[in-house]
Design a protein around this ligand. Sequence first.
Ligand code: SF4
Ligand code: SF4
Length: 95
Amino acid sequence: MMKAQTIEEKQYLVRFNADTKSHLHVLDPNICLTKCPDKICTIFCPASVYKWEEVRMHVGYEGCHECGSCRIGCPYENIQWEYPRGGYGIVFRLG
Ligand code: SF4
Ligand code: SF4
C-alpha cells in the first residue's frame, strides 16, 4: 500500500514558472484596511499568497496554486483573479 504523502511532499511536486506581472489584484486596499478585520484571505489561501503587513496586503502571486478560492472567498469580492498568462503559473510534476 502506498504511504500517504505529507503536504510538504505534495508541494514538492509543484513548481512555478512565475510571470513578471501579477494575475491577482486587490482591487481596493482600503477595504482590507477598514472593513475586513479577519483578513480571511490570509487563512483560506493554501499557498499563503496573502500576507498582511501592518497596513497593506502583500500579494505573493508567484506562489499561487491557481485553486480559485480567492475568487469566492473574499467577503467583499475585492480580489480580481485571472489565470496566469499562457506558459506561466503552476506546473505539476507527476511521480
Ligand atoms: S479577504 Fe478580501 S477584503 Fe479581506 S483582507 Fe483579504 S482581500 Fe481584503
Ligand atoms: S487562487 Fe488559491 S492559491 Fe492562488 S491566491 Fe487564490 S486562494 Fe491562493
